[in-house]
Design a protein around this ligand. Structure first.
Ligand code: FAD
Length: 291
């Protein structure tokens, strides 16, 4: 199908783009990588009067070191996250997860801002934003605000962004020193959205788990943390029994639904298996058994 007719603007600054959104109310849409928006236009699921193409706005495509973390511009592409040496050294879990997103042509265009704003329940970047406790900046003609990832994803394909707000950057605080990470997902074919995905961060000191974070995608309307599973690990030793119990608790926290691709019961089972694998990998990395 072809999209319904729309007007097109390519502003050169965030201020100009924000003014266009304010002027058109909910009838304008931002265009970033176009990998989710253009299919929705072609299927006429969306019929905006105006597309505001943000690709010509300078300064939104950088990865910068800041005190205690990294700042990523909204136009950083999936492929840049996959290949950046800075991401590989500071957030290797992101580089690893990006290899699982779609196909190379899509990763070359798709952006972090577009993925977070689109908020597909099975997408990797929303899961990572929740896991890494990202802070997301939104700008409108009214000003600028910072939204915690835990408050950002409100329902399937729905976020805390107002229709006149532009997601401009994402700040990622460094995980605790000496922590290990794990990421595991299952998709029916390479490049498909995951049936379920799990990311974890683990830190130990003196043989005791000090930090445990578990986030999952594809098993609820939004990415989810598993607080009861995290609590089971924190303050204890990270042995096989603890990992198995936390994996069962993560599966209990999932909110999967039956759909065309898998039953809810199968997705819940996947969460348990993927969490066990991701936790075991994270512990091995924290103990420097694997890189
Ligand atoms: C075949 C296929 C397979 C895919 N598989 C996966 C997968 O496995 N995992 C995965 O995570 N994704 C997958 N995707 C989606 C892909 O990663 C998209 O690129 C991504 O979800 C959207 O990013 P984008 O930059 O293309 O956004 P766009 O398509 O340009 O925009 C998406 C939405 O976000 C809004 N938006 C964009 N940028 C901003 C901004 N800065 N501020 C506010 N709103 C904004 C747009 O208005 C639109 O509503 C797949 C896509 C396809 C076509």
């Amino acid at each position: 199908m072809k999209p319904a007719p729309f007007a097109y603007a390519a502003p050169r600054s965030v201020e100009e783009a924000a003014a266009l959104l304010a002027e058109h109310g909910g009838d304008a849409r931002l265009l970033a990588g176009g990998q989710s928006l253009v299919p929705m236009l072609n299927f006429r699921l969306l019929e905006p009067a105006l597309l505001v193409d943000i690709n010509r706005i300078a300064g939104l495509d950088g990865i910068a070191e800041i005190a205690g973390g990294l700042r990523l511009g909204a136009l950083v592409r999936h492929r840049m996250l996959e290949t950046s040496p800075l991401i590989a050294s500071r957030f290797p879990i992101i580089a690893a997860a990006m290899a699982e997103v779609a196909h190379l042509a899509i990763r070359n265009r798709g952006t972090i801002g577009g993925s977070l704003a689109h908020a597909d329940p099975a997408a990797e970047l929303p899961l990572l934003a929740l896991l890494l406790e990202a802070r997301i900046t939104a700008v409108s003609t009214q000003g600028r605000r910072v939204i915690a990832a835990s408050d950002f994803f409100t329902a399937a394909l729905t976020t805390a962004l107002a229709p006149d707000e532009i997601l401009t950057e994402i700040e990622l605080p460094d995980p605790p020193a000496g922590s290990g990470w794990g990421f595991a997902e299952l998709a029916r074919r390479a490049g498909d959205f995951a049936l379920a995905a799990v990311g974890v961060i683990i830190a130990e000191a003196g043989g005791i788990c000090r930090t445990a974070r578990i986030a999952m995608a594809g098993v609820g309307p939004t990415p989810l943390r598993a607080p009861a599973a995290e609590a089971l690990l924190q303050g204890g030793t990270l042995d096989t029994g603890a990992i198995a119990a936390a994996s069962r608790a993560a599966a209990a926290a999932a909110q999967p639904a039956d759909d065309l691709h898998a039953s809810a019961a199968y997705r819940r089972h996947l969460v348990e298996v993927l969490t066990r694998g991701a936790l075991s990998a994270a512990v091995a990395r924290a103990r420097k058994v694997v890189p």
